[in-house]
Design a protein around this ligand. Structure first.
Ligand SMILES: [Cu+2]
Length: 467
């Protein structure tokens, strides 16, 4: 490898003998429902990929086999690990060759709910990248588990059968905060000055699933009255924002992206951006047979839900539409405090250029789209410094912003200050601003991007470089 890889996290020597975990990337079939069998790329022939349970700080060896015709990358989302195993070509991680294998060793950290997924470019090919079934949950066991629940259930939310369409606006009124007129003006000005007046392609889906089954086709979740169930919910979508409600019940949110929140709080609905994770306890105190599902009738009608069945109850699963609920991250933050001051603030203006790239929208950060050819722009960072990123969204889209190999702390969301919420993906609302801080404490190239596959593939990326 030409890439010098500065490894700060303890890297164990590559072991010989059998690996702790084997992931085999191959095309396979998944039965979402008896009449909806989908062919896609999977890990170990299943969707979601196997739940991997690691122990914080204990090295694991993973064999990655690639039985497909294209080089692949397995990204360990949310982990603070070196570039040679992170799973990002932009950072220099070697590919798992087509019909080849690669053995890696990583030391899982931090504790909590993470996941793994492919990190290749899909571009206009809906059979690649996160449009496929390459995603699975990871749970890194903490040293001490508070365990105030009776059992835990992992839910992976995922759409299948993607198609391109033109137009089709995403719901965006679910996030707290109000659009900023100045950003709306910048967006409008860009639209007026653009040569292309049509809107770019968007991706829609035919089939929706939880844990690889359409609503009504998997085993119901069987619960008992009085039980406290900890749900670990992963949005493994390629770009959709998901919601989830269970009629008559509330979610007690304890962790966001696997990190305990300073202020666990009850909410009637979860809103989960692409690649976000939410861990929430539901106290089962409303007996019946219910649909736990997405608020969007069409998506739920095409499978985005799962049946929750109390013991001794039977009948048709009931859905009750919840009242509109605005998702506000700051609810879970430390009230009355502000984050530590940064050493440096970096401002980034996000602009959409409608249909500018062969019909696809192009995305720029401070006027530049990321180039995979030149791997630029690169942003210089100094180890040990605390950086504040201020993003200004001059588009109407919600962007799930993701930082590799580091966690960040939310500082300001929807016009409100907060502290203590540690994440690796956060939704930025249309024409809104967001600020988060992170400490440059894991040297090596670090990728920042929007987790919408369609956005990251068409410019919405940036590399951070330790200098
Ligand atoms: Cu985006």
């Amino acid at each position: 490898m030409q890439m010098a890889t500065p490894a700060t996290a303890p890297t164990a020597p590559i072991q010989t003998g059998p690996a702790d975990v084997t992931l085999r990337i191959a095309t396979g079939l998944i039965e979402l429902a008896p009449d909806h069998i989908v062919s896609t790329t999977l890990y170990n022939g299943q969707f979601p990929g196997p739940l991997l349970r690691f122990k914080q700080g204990e090295p694991v060896t993973v064999d990655l086999f690639n039985d497909t015709d294209i080089p692949e990358l397995v990204h360990w989302h949310g982990q603070i690990i070196p570039t040679d195993v992170d799973g990002s070509a932009e950072e220099g991680t070697p590919y798992v060759p087509a019909h080849g294998r690669r053995r890696i060793t990583l030391t899982p950290r931090p504790a909590g709910f993470r996941f793994y997924h492919t990190h290749v470019v899909a571009g206009s090919d809906l059979n690649r990248g996160t449009y496929t079934g390459q995603a699975g949950p990871v749970y890194i066991e903490p040293k001490n588990d508070p365990g105030a629940y009776d059992r835990e259930i992992f839910l992976t939310l995922k759409e299948f059968e993607p198609t391109f369409s033109q137009g089709g606006d995403m719901a965006m009124d679910f996030l707290a905060g109000t659009p900023i007129p100045e950003l709306q003006q910048i967006g409008k000005k860009g639209d007026l000055e653009a040569e292309v007046k049509t809107k770019g392609y968007e991706v829609g889906y035919d089939l929706f699933s939880i844990n690889g089954k359409m609503l009504g086709h998997g085993e119901p979740l069987k619960v008992k009255q009085g039980e406290r169930v900890l749900f670990h919910v992963l949005n493994a979508s390629a770009g959709e924002i998901r919601s989830l409600a269970l009629p008559g019940h509330r979610f007690h949110v304890v962790s966001l992206d696997g990190n305990p929140v300073p202020n666990p709080a009850d909410v009637p609905v979860l809103w989960i951006g692409t690649a976000e994770r939410i861990s929430a306890i539901i106290e089962m105190n409303h007996p019946g047979v219910w649909v736990m599902g997405d608020l969007a009738d069409d998506d739920r009608g095409h499978g985005m839900g799962i049946v929750v069945e109390y013991s001794g109850r039977s009948g048709k699963p009931q859905w009750v539409k919840p009242k509109p609920y605005r998702w506000d991250y700051t609810l879970f933050g430390r009230a009355g405090t502000t984050a530590a001051p940064p050493d440096e603030t970096v401002e980034m203006l996000i602009v959409k250029h409608n249909a500018a790239l062969h019909g696809f929208n192009e995305w720029t950060l401070n006027g530049q789209a990321f180039s995979m050819e030149t791997m630029t722009p690169k942003l210089a960072m100094h180890e040990g410094k605390r950086y504040r990123f201020k993003f200004r969204n001059a588009s109407d889209d919600v962007h799930p912003l993701h930082l590799h190999r580091h966690s960040f702390e939310l500082v300001r969301v929807g016009g409100k200050s907060t502290a203590g919420i540690i994440k690796d993906v956060v939704m930025l609302g249309g024409f809104q601003e967001i600020e988060f801080d992170f400490v440059a404490d894991n040297p090596g190239l670090t990728l920042f991007h929007c987790h919408q596959q369609l956005h990251m593939d068409f410019g919405f990326m940036q590399l951070l470089e330790y200098v």
